[in-house]
Design a protein around this ligand. Structure first.
Ligand code: GDP
Ligand code: ADP
Length: 207
């Protein structure tokens, strides 16, 4: 059986990662979502275990020390990280999983899972990005300023990603991501792995 795809979706704060993922949940119900741990405070309406596993700094450091994190990063004064076991169990069971994480963490995942599918969600412009993050109304002015200055650095790391998807319009962005996942499922390597030996040899000789 083929392993599931490990899909990483990154992009600056406010670009629309959360919005795109919530629409994708309906369009791609078979896709599994990794729930991250974080030390940031829950926003209104966020639930522990659904949006994030909310942890104290001590608890988070204990998880790191136990090797329970596939990756983690410090982003604007808080820790964020991906619980390892859930990701490994999901892909080993043949299901696809999506991680919505920032760039430092994505680059660490790439070291462990170079075969992952790395997608960068781009804003139509930096002005639109600022309007979205301000419009969301969840962060103080200081935090918005920090996130905007991190955004420029993050966009500079796009070269490490396999795909860039502009989130100009939510439906269009989701459609692009669905197309990427479909294309990744059609990669010849996934078929070659399951071919009978004789056919596999012939197929790789011709490749
Ligand atoms: N490295 C890493 N980054 C994460 C993880 N979970 C969330 N993030 C990223 O942390 C940043 C801040 O997340 P959050 O405070 O929820 O703000 P929002 O993404 O703007 O709604 C975003 O870029 C997230 O994609 C994780 O498990 N690991
Ligand atoms: N394509 C889009 N067009 C217009 N507004 C959008 C679009 N995508 C997201 N938004 C809005 O931008 C704000 C930030 O989106 P969010 O999903 O919270 O971003 P992120 O998770 O990347 O920080 C939200 O208010 C959301 O409704």
């Amino acid at each position: 059986m083929n392993k599931g795809l490990l899909i990483v979706l990154s992009g600056p704060s406010g670009v629309g990662k959360g919005t795109v993922c919530s629409v994708l949940r309906h369009k791609m119900p078979e896709l599994v979502y990794s729930v991250s741990a974080t030390t940031r405070q829950p926003r209104q309406g966020e639930t522990d275990g659904i949006n994030y596993f909310f942890k104290s700094r001590d608890q988070f450091q204990e998880l790191i020390a136990r090797g329970a994190m596939l990756e983690y990063a410090e982003y604007v004064d808080n820790y964020y990280g991906t619980p390892r076991d859930f990701v490994e169990q999901t892909i080993n069971s043949g299901k696809d999983i999506i991680l919505e994480i920032e760039v430092q963490g994505a680059l660490k995942v790439k070291e462990t899972f170079p075969q992952g599918v790395f997608i960068f969600l781009m804003p139509p412009s930096l002005d639109v990005l600022k309007q979205r993050i301000v419009g969301r109304g969840t962060e103080s002015q200081d935090v918005i300023d920090s996130r905007m200055s991190v955004a420029a650095e993050e966009i500079g790391l796009i070269r490490y990603y396999d795909y860039a998807v502009v989130n100009d319009e939510i439906e269009a962005a989701c459609h692009r991501i669905q197309s990427i996942v479909t294309a990744e499922h059609c990669r010849k390597e996934r078929f070659l792995a399951n071919l009978p030996e004789a056919v596999k040899t012939a197929a790789s000789e011709k490749a």
